[in-house]
Design a protein around this ligand. Structure first.
Ligand code: BGC
Length: 507
């Protein structure tokens, strides 16, 4: 059974990597930085006593009873709601953002994101009660929904095909930098009493302002302009970002994609048609799998997790800084390899890699960490090392590819809608993990690592058989070069009446 797809017949359009594209990529990716900052900041803030005393006094009381069950110190639905409310809001927002993205463009969608971020930061950092705090998180969530919808699409559309993977992963790189900055901020503000947590939550204002002003400088994508009938502007934009004179072939291919897209009045209905199934199923499952690698159990709750296995409060935050650094550095490996070895290699390699880490961590905790005891120094160190090795594998594979693949595999007519479904699935599963992790940790204890290990086996097999290689293929050519030749997905491509060209002919 041939599961690898040949890319030989993919058209390559002429393009240079221009300084202008580079600047646009960096500015847009600041959206990712804010997302990462939000992910990273929650774990540290919820480990700060001042914060707990003010908003979650019951958790604080419980935490002080040191001899309590190791795995259950923090299990509190409201505390989890603090972390997870953001993702619920982002879930809803990504659908609105998708409409804004199609109707107004990628650039205004990013501008809206920065405004939501600023409101959210103000409310959360200035919160005087739980309601204000949660509202702040909801606005931040709206920002994340808008940003995560627009930025990866923007990046995939302005990137030349042969560099698309690497440029798109700059989004993930910024996510990881955001997480790292948040971990460092947590580390220092934990010492600032009683308002350190306000500084921590307020820090997101800086990237939000950069995004707001930066997004005035960047270009709208040619695809989005042409999609909205601004063909001349679109052509100009394309010439500007490609840095070559002969952009006609690519321009024609975008116009063609837009012609097809225009005939689709309801992209969500179109998503339900068989021809949309391959990118839709893959886009949704990637999000489920990405979250069920267990990454956010580590990212949100690293300080809590490290405290649980016996580190002191500050040592725990410091370990989170270490994992954060590894996360950033390993993302560069992804950027370097994704357009060389391709997407599949990274997904498969890292599945084996992460599986081994989970099994080792789970076994150490099972063997050495009693319910109320602490872990010996040596074992705790081994746990931290394997958490780091695990984070490495995630950072060059399921992390970035969870965003890259859905942004590059939908045809234009369903790209924004399809990507919105993917983003909202990501938010939903992130919400599930954020909401459930502390309870799962309490109920399953070390078993949680075996739970994630089980899912990693499933996702590895899925990648092996069902995720085709998309390296180097022009974004508007996936149907011909990827889905039609694929051993499994081709069956959905054969239903010709599903193709809009045919709808037109028979109309
Ligand atoms: C995921 C986040 C995760 C982060 C870790 C992202 O791709 O979507 O949920 O926290 O990677 O670096």
């Amino acid at each position: 059974m041939a599961v690898v797809v040949s890319n030989a017949n993919a058209p390559a359009f002429e393009a240079k990597m221009t300084v202008y594209v580079f600047i646009c990529v960096i500015i847009a990716a600041v959206g990712g930085l804010i997302f990462g900052y939000d992910i990273g900041i929650s774990g540290g803030v919820t480990a700060m006593d001042d914060f707990l005393k003010e908003f979650f006094p019951a958790v604080w009381e419980r935490k002080r009873h040191v001899h309590e069950n190791n795995y259950c110190k923090y299990d509190n639905q409201f505390l989890q709601l603090f972390t997870s409310s953001l993702y619920l809001a982002a879930l809803v927002a990504s659908f609105i953002a998708s409409a804004v993205c199609s109707k107004l463009g990628r650039k205004p969608t990013m501008q809206f994101a920065s405004i939501f971020f600023l409101i959210g930061v103000g409310l959360a950092a200035g919160a005087v009660n739980l309601v204000m705090l949660i509202f702040g998180r909801l606005f931040l969530g709206f920002g994340v929904g808008f940003g995560n919808q627009a930025v990866p699409l923007f990046l995939s559309e302005i990137a030349p095909a042969q560099l698309r993977g690497g440029l798109n992963i700059v989004f993930q790189l910024m996510v990881t930098i955001g997480i790292l900055i948040a971990n460092i901020v947590n580390y220092f503000t934990a010492e600032v009493h009683p308002h350190g947590w306000r500084i921590a939550l307020g820090g997101a204002a800086i990237p939000a302002v950069i995004l707001l002003f930066g997004s005035l400088l960047i270009i709208e994508t040619p695809t989005s302009l042409i999609e909205r009938n601004k063909n001349e502007e679109g052509k100009e934009a394309l010439r500007k970002i490609r840095g070559v004179d002969d952009i006609n072939d690519e321009y024609e291919s975008i116009v063609h994609a837009c012609d097809i897209a225009r005939q689709v009045k309801d992209p969500y209905r179109k998503l339900l048609k068989p021809a949309s199934r391959p990118p839709l199923v893959i886009g949704m499952l990637l999000q489920f799998f990405q979250q069920f690698t267990g990454i956010n159990a580590i990212m949100f709750y690293a300080p809590v997790l490290f405290q649980t296995v016996g580190f002191g409060s500050n040592a725990a935050l410091l370990s989170a800084v270490v994992t954060g650094t590894i996360n950033v550095l390993s993302t560069f490996v992804g950027i370097y390899l994704v357009d060389r070895t391709g997407r599949r290699f990274l997904l498969l390699q890292s599945s084996v890699h992460m599986l081994i880490c989970h099994l080792i961590i789970g076994s150490i905790l099972a063997k050495d960490l009693g319910v109320t005891g602490t872990l010996g120094k040596a074992q705790a160190l081994v746990v931290v090392i394997f958490v780091c090795v695990y984070v490495m594998g995630f950072a060059w594979s399921w992390g970035p590819l969870g965003w890259l693949i859905p942004s590059e595999t939908f045809p234009l007519e369903t790209r924004s809608a399809g990507f919105a479904v993917a983003v909202s699935c990501n938010m939903f599963f992130t919400f599930v993990i954020a909401q459930a992790f502390l309870s799962m940790l309490c109920g399953m204890r070390y078993g949680i690592f075996f739970f994630f290990a089980g899912w990693i086996i499933v996702m590895g097999l899925f990648a092996l058989f069902f995720i085709p290689e998309t390296k180097g293929i022009a974004i508007d050519d996936m149907r011909e070069s990827v889905w039609k030749p694929h051993w499994f997905w081709k069956r959905y491509m054969l239903a010709e009446d599903d193709h809009p060209d045919v709808e037109k002919r028979s109309a």
